[in-house]
Design a protein around this ligand. Structure first.
Ligand code: FES
Ligand code: FES
Length: 156
């Protein structure tokens, strides 16, 4: 069945079964491989994308549930103010180690910053707790989110 989905501002027609997870539509049909597969069970956060600005797990989100909602992936998040601030802070703080989890981390962090420009530690903990990093980059992630919040507050 054909579905029209909007990803990063562009509408795509995809011909897949309705229960196909959004993750596989993004990666296998649209070739957007920045979004990663980790567990397939909503347990690790590697597959996180935004649907209408909210961070969701694309591995358990059937494509027929998307409707006219707007999807943003790691390929497009840098074009949003929060995403740009997060990506700059990620580079400044040298957050990334192996990198595998980092698309999902950045997507969760961007959703947090867009909805809460001044997150405190407990906000960050709550927003990021579903994103697992086997390399243990958690402290740098928290510092980068705080830097991004400061940068955004200063309008830079
Ligand atoms: S792959 Fe979706 S949460 Fe792990
Ligand atoms: S940077 Fe390696 S899993 Fe997070």
């Amino acid at each position: 069945m054909a579905f029209a989905i909007e990803v990063n501002g562009m509408t795509h027609s995809v011909d897949v079964d309705g229960d196909t997870p959004l993750l596989w539509v993004l990666r296998d049909v649209l070739g957007m491989t920045g979004t990663k597969f980790g567990c397939g069970m909503a347990l690790c956060g590697a597959c996180t994308v935004h649907v209408d600005g909210a961070a969701i797990r694309s591995c358990i989100t059937p494509v027929d549930s998307i409707g006219s909602s707007k999807i943003t992936t790691i390929e497009g998040i840098g074009r949003t103010p929060a995403g740009a601030a997060i990506q700059k802070a990620w580079l400044d703080r040298e957050v990334v180690q192996c990198g595998y989890c980092q698309s999902g981390q950045i997507m969760s962090a961007s959703a947090l910053l867009a909805s809460n420009p001044h997150p405190i530690d407990s906000d960050i903990e709550a927003a990021m707790s579903g994103n697992i990093c086997r390399c243990g980059t958690y402290l740098r992630i928290r510092d980068a989110i705080k830097q991004a919040a400061q940068t955004s507050a200063q309008g830079g």
